[in-house]
Design a protein around this ligand. Structure first.
Ligand SMILES: NC(=O)c1ccc[n+]([C@@H]2O[C@H](COP(=O)([O-])OP(=O)(O)OC[C@H]3O[C@@H](n4cnc5c(N)ncnc54)[C@H](O)[C@@H]3O)[C@@H](O)[C@H]2O)c1
Length: 354
């Protein structure tokens, strides 16, 4: 059995899940890690007993001859690090969600992957949650009829939690395209989420190609809740990360199911290897990560232009960033504050630019 050499860029909280995913397989060796923050690098390296440690990710990429590169940095570094990794021609890159902070960067990542013949997957690992996969099987086999509506509520900004929720809507319904979006946002504080300027509240209505209407409500201080409700012509399906509840219109009774299976991080890593070996296409391949970002950018674009955003979205910059830079969203309570600053280590308060 071949052994694949994996390297991890960014040694923070989610990187530990990348390690556990790869360690769940027999044929992946975590060869090296990179992080410019000394405390993060040493703590992570000691915890997982990884000897080859680099403060410069590009040096690691040059030296280590990696087959797989995991990118587990904050969002703004996803594109530059993916492009840097792809240029060294590993077999695959697994980049954290959100894929990038605008559509232009998503496209550059996909070009870099194609140019260098690299398989690029985005870590929407709940596609490997047995609950979500069972929900997809039920919905796509018609268990609740035709899907008319799906609702989800998220916190932490559209790019963070809500990229998972939008990916959930698509995954469970069999990955329909979005056709149009109408949305709006509210930004009255100068809050950031992992170094990205973020809205305080947002709402999006999404028309999918299967005819369903998605509704997403986001509140920065809102609950961290991963799940949603699918309304079909013949029933309702509710899901979270642990269970599915099905409402039968005939009996009016709820049927609860708790499907079990492989850890999603292991499943995500396993399918990456299967993709490398040509057995399948990763269910989190880059176009799905891009699709979630495209819906988010469409919500921002609808807020910017005060109109329905048709797909494909043609604005490659983040319309939220454009609105902020144009002075269209003056904050009522000035003062920069990052809701994830607690993740930073040592003296760092604002991450360095790439
Ligand atoms: N898939 C999920 O469920 C999930 C969960 C949590 C976080 N995430 C995503 O993972 C990403 C990281 O989030 P986190 O919570 O792990 O953050 P974190 O702050 O815990 O970790 C990020 C790490 O990147 C390091 N870093 C910064 N600049 C770097 C550089 N130039 N090169 C290499 N490393 C660098 C930091 O020092 C830090 O150790 C985010 O994009 C987030 O959205 C995904």
């Amino acid at each position: 059995m071949p052994t694949y050499r994996a390297g991890i860029i960014g040694c923070g909280s989610i990187a530990a899940n990348h390690v556990s995913g790869f360690q769940g397989l027999e044929n992946v060796d975590i060869a090296a890690i990179a992080d410019p923050v000394a405390t993060s690098l040493s703590t992570f390296g000691d915890r997982f007993e990884i000897e080859n440690r680099y403060s410069d990710a590009r040096e690691m990429l040059d030296v280590e001859q990696l087959d797989i590169v995991s990118i587990a940095t904050w969002h703004k570094l996803h594109a530059p690090m993916t492009i840097a990794a792809c240029s060294r021609k590993p077999k695959a890159v697994l980049c954290e969600k959100p894929m990038a902070v605008n559509l232009g960067e998503c496209d550059e990542m996909m070009i870099a992957a194609k140019r260098n013949d690299v398989k690029l997957a985005i870590a929407h690992q709940r596609r490997f949650n047995p609950v979500w996969t069972e929900a997809r099987n039920l919905v796509t086999s018609g268990a609740i009829g035709d899907i008319r509506q799906v609702t989800a509520k998220g916190g932490q900004g559209l790019l963070n939690d809500c990229s998972h929720l939008l990916d959930m809507m698509r995954y469970v319904m069999g990955d329909p395209d979005a056709k149009w979006v109408i949305g709006n946002i509210e930004r009255y504080t100068d809050r950031y989420e992992r170094d990205i300027q973020i809205e305080d509240r947002s709402v999006g209505i999404i028309r999918f190609s299967n005819g369903a209407i998605g509704q997403l409500l986001q509140e920065l201080d809102g609950p961290h809740y991963q799940g949603g409700i699918f309304y079909g012509t013949d029933g309702i399906l509710e899901l979270d990360e642990l269970k599915i509840r099905l409402l039968s219109p005939e009996t009016g009774a709820w049927d609860e199911r708790t499907p079990e299976g492989e850890d999603p991080h292991v499943g995500q890593a396993r399918e990456l290897i299967e993709w490398i070996e040509g057995h399948t296409v990763h269910r989190g391949s880059a176009e799905h990560g891009r699709a979630a970002v495209e819906i988010i950018m469409a919500i921002y674009e609808s807020a910017r232009l005060h109109e329905v955003t048709p797909f494909p979205v043609r604005t490659m910059a983040s319309p939220l960033k454009v609105m902020i830079e144009n002075g269209d969203l003056p904050v009522q309570r000035p003062g920069r504050y990052d809701v994830r600053a607690f993740l930073l280590k040592d003296e760092t308060m604002r991450p360095d630019d790439p």
